[in-house]
Design a protein around this ligand. Structure first.
Ligand code: ZN
Ligand code: ZN
Length: 175
């Protein structure tokens, strides 16, 4: 992301509005934990969540069984496998990319590209899911067409979509 500030040599660090991504830059917890469904594989990462995004590529929709996977990056050297199962089982969907999953319950937890200093973890495997709202959507063109009603961000689509307008605003406080 190129933050181009006009002309002046030293841009003021104050006036940099980050729309709807406040939590990303707002002092995230330094350490986060995550785990698979059965608990055999768990992990710890630390640092500022990097590039939280959805992906709807053919590999991930098939592997996950869902319309998209939420990914968020952390420094690879912060990654520690903490569960009784140690490391996940790895499966390469590309020659240069491997994905880690629990061999017992099948939960997908991580993705590491060769040469990358980041590990991408699945957002929903994290215990603390604050500050990882997706900022983009990779392979959006492959997403299920109906998914646009739930995509983020998309205020214009949301407000103009009659199907969304038909959804009750709230189910009440105790729903
Ligand atoms: Zn498991
Ligand atoms: Zn993908």
């Amino acid at each position: 992301m190129s933050n181009t500030s006009p002309a002046l040599g030293t841009p003021p660090a104050v006036a940099r509005p980050l729309p709807a991504t406040k939590a990303v830059s707002d002092a995230p917890p330094p350490v986060r934990t995550g785990h698979c469904q059965c608990g055999r594989i768990s992990y710890q990462v630390s640092g500022v969540p990097d590039d939280p995004h959805l992906c709807s590529c053919a590999h991930e929709t098939r592997i996950s069984g869902g319309p998209a996977v939420l990914w968020v990056g952390f420094p690879l050297d912060s990654l520690i496998w903490t569960g009784p199962g140690g490391e996940p089982k790895w499966y390469a969907t590309h020659p240069t990319l491997r994905r880690g999953f629990c061999p017992d319950c099948g939960t997908h937890l991580a993705s590491v590209a060769d040469g990358s200093s980041m590990v991408m973890v699945t957002g929903f495997s994290l215990t603390d899911q604050s500050g990882i709202e997706p900022l983009g959507h990779s392979h959006r063109e492959n997403a299920a067409p109906w998914m646009r009603i739930t995509l983020a961000p998309g205020p214009i689509v949301l407000m103009s979509d009659p199907r969304v307008a038909a959804i009750p605003v709230t189910g009440g406080p105790s729903a």
